[in-house]
Design a protein around this ligand. Sequence first.
Ligand SMILES: Cc1cc2nc3c(=O)[nH]c(=O)nc-3n(C[C@H](O)[C@H](O)[C@H](O)COP(=O)(O)OP(=O)(O)OC[C@H]3O[C@@H](n4cnc5c(N)ncnc54)[C@H](O)[C@@H]3O)c2cc1C
Length: 437
Amino acid sequence: MSKKIEVVIIGCGIIGNCIAFELSKKGYKTLSIDKNGDSGAGSTAGSCAIVRAHYSTLEGVAFAWEGFDIWQNWKEYCQVDDSWGMAKYNECGSVMIKSQDRNWRKILEHWDTVGVPYEDWDIKTLSERLPIMSNREFWPQTRPEEDEAFFDERDTTIEGALYCPAAGYMSDPKLSTHNVQMAAEAKGARFMFNAEVTQILRANNRVTGVMLKDGTHIETQVVINVAGPHSSVINQMAGVEENNTIKTRAERHEVAYVPSPAGFDFETNGFQISDGDNGIYMRPEVGNSILVGSEDPKCDTHQWVEDPDQFNRNTTDSQWTAQVYRAARRLPDLGIPNMHKGFAELYDVSSDWLPIYDKSDLAGFYMAVGSSGNQYKNAPVAGMMMSELIEECEKNGLDHDAQPLQFMLPKTGISLDMSTFSRNRELNPNSTYSVIG
Ligand SMILES: Cc1cc2nc3c(=O)[nH]c(=O)nc-3n(C[C@H](O)[C@H](O)[C@H](O)COP(=O)(O)OP(=O)(O)OC[C@H]3O[C@@H](n4cnc5c(N)ncnc54)[C@H](O)[C@@H]3O)c2cc1C
């Protein structure tokens, strides 16, 4: 096999572009293809781009923590100056409320093992650090239209919160994806937009190329499915979907925008808040506003989408109200605007809400899918890991199914057993089965 393998990457979202960048750094000739007109115009564009370290599994924590340095030093990572501008990391810190539904003691153990710096806040510290925040306990999470006592006074308080000062969010997820495109192009990667892959060509159980909608045939020995919410469509084209134990499917999610409570500068002094007690997450947004998303509590019905090209991109009265009213319980001075601002996008949800970073049963066909609403932050590290997997399998003949790659996380020196991200793993019982992962 030639040293320089031409790799086709389906999808120019943040994960696809980071894989293109990392493979190009290793000297591979990559071609990234996207049916949209630009990088990051798929589900990445709707990402809240939160960078946090609270995950339910040790691997999840180690993976996320590894990426922090990259986001903090974004320009150094990209090694380019994008004429469109560079996305910026806002290090606002994350506050994870100690809720009954989240095993925060386990997360604390993982943070200690990995070495994530944090502060353990009691409710007094919480009130000092974020005076606009209520310390009442709202457990179990409910919806205002179903719970007559939704706004009733509560007698109990939450236990406190875990504060991670290095957490934050990227200013513009789409721009960050364009930044990585520029970075990859500077290393020789090629990009093709407005081009839809309609077939994965195969012979003798090996990928031989892809066919585009306009009839263009591209020959290649390696194809990577990084199609986000379209991942299962591409897996079906490759004929690998049925054999995978872990499946993926698109789920619709809403994000609401609300102004910060009057007199408080949430944009500057707010945190990324993970409120499992109340079933929402929040983060500061430009214009002194707050983004509010759902953390998938049981009371919020899953909105599975059959066709990822057909879904309602607007917020609905019911879900917007559920998220914003929960936010108003936590931030009692929050004004409820008459105009509902927000949007809906798709997650690519796996069977256990943990990603698949793996090869497939079809030689030369790889998957970086099932990002389950929580892998934006992991994209650069996923790019490194996928590029190593492809190199080991294609160049060095690794049998990854028999001997899973052990990927060394460069910062912490922790070795990640990639079987954690296998398409054929057993459902991980430690996952929250939610966006928290
Ligand atoms: C509302 C929302 C909030 C989120 N918030 C966070 C967060 O705060 N923190 C976090 O870490 N993660 C978050 N995520 C998750 C994160 O954004 C995703 O995991 C990540 O953006 C996925 O990137 P991707 O490159 O895999 O997919 P995408 O960005 O979806 O890219 C896939 C690309 O594939 C292309 N494509 C599909 N089919 C074809 C085809 N047949 N031919 C050619 N091209 C094709 C699409 O056009 C698309 O551009 C959020 C996601 C959503 C939806």
